[in-house]
Design a protein around this ligand. Sequence first.
Ligand code: PHE
Length: 455
Amino acid sequence: MSKIDLSTRDSFGSKFGIIAAAAGSAVGLGNIWKFPYVAGENGGGAFLLIYLFFVLLIGVPVMMSEFAIGRKGQKNAYGSFKVVAPGKKWHLIGFMGVIAAFFILAFYSAVAGWTLEYINQSVMHRFAGQSTEQLENTFGSFIAHPYRPIIWQLIFMLLTAGIVIAGVKKGIEKYTKLLMPMLLLLIIVLCIRSLTLPGGNEGLSFLFKPNFDKVTAKTVLFALGQAFFSLSLGMGALITYSSYFGKKENLAITAVEVSMADTLIAVLAGVVIFPAVFAFGIEPSMGPKLVFITLPKIFQQIPGGDFFGAIFFILLAVAALTSTISLMEVVVAFFSEELKITRKKATFIATLSISLLGVLASMSFGALSGFSILGKNIFDTLDYTASNILLPLGGFFIVIFVGWFASDNLIKNELTNEGTLKSKYFPYFIFIVRFIAPIAILAIFIYSIFVGGLG
Ligand code: PHE
């Protein structure tokens, strides 16, 4: 009989390490280039309220469910389901999560690579004197370049791999504990810069002034979809991380803290971006255009612009890095535990295979721009499949499993640390994961598939 030595499994060493890693996964490109714009366009403060409501009502219980599965299972996303539901097919949800992580990391690392190019451009004063049109061309020809974006992407993958390969405590925890406070500091510096620009008030009202006229059914679904992606739910990143949590960790409180940190950074990103955008009378835009064209235009015009531009792109790179670490860990934990290979080998295989797909995603803007699957290029196909199909489906099955199929005792014991914590709120939790969360998730899923992308 082989002896299983539990003491060899790596784990987080501190409460702060847990928060830094999990919040690091959550805080990413989604917070900085998507949330502010979506909020501004959809009723500002009104959207913020709806978003907050979803984060607390659905995000937190789904996160608690993932935490409970992972900490009970003590394995990767796939293996944890095998432990909590032996002999059943639920581990397929974990497997789907691994695929989602694979897909997301492939396209996400392409964008993460762009942030490195733009740090470089800011430091080299390259934005100076370019008109908006020129900035658009600069960006367009950079992402279509045959090798520049790919080199940056590979550098980003290697950075991620270098941290993941060192393990949970000596890699992930050590670096996220350093990177997350740095991220907070950078964003605060940028907030101060933005808020002290004359004429930025309109930007604050774009972001915060509640305008309920703009709230439609679509807005509500948008808010839920955004909450899911932003909190890293539905694909096993948090199952994997929580498998390294200590048994004394209060899972409910951790879920609330991580969700609040994620929301705070999203709001602060809006405070950085919109006062500056409005101070220069520029129309706000979304996604890549906002970050790689509109903002460089603004950095040109403000005192110390190159410096603040570099700070902004460093912020973006840091936010992306703590997310790519969690995505890679999902795949590495799966490979190493299920194929019974070392972390080193697993990281090597994961990096190589994801990079291969990632390079194809990158080339969607250049050599492969003519290649499409159902009208979408490779980059968009990966994004769409992961964000609009795999994540909602994963989230749906996770709550269905916890609400209806896992024994109440298993989940309750995990959430109350074997009865040592209060269980007063447990009935509410169960009610949400049984009824509210699955219905809400199904609504976004059906809406995004049949009515139109949620962006
Ligand atoms: N939450 C990250 C963001 O907002 C994206 C992400 C999704 C990271 C899923 C890990 C897992 O950018």
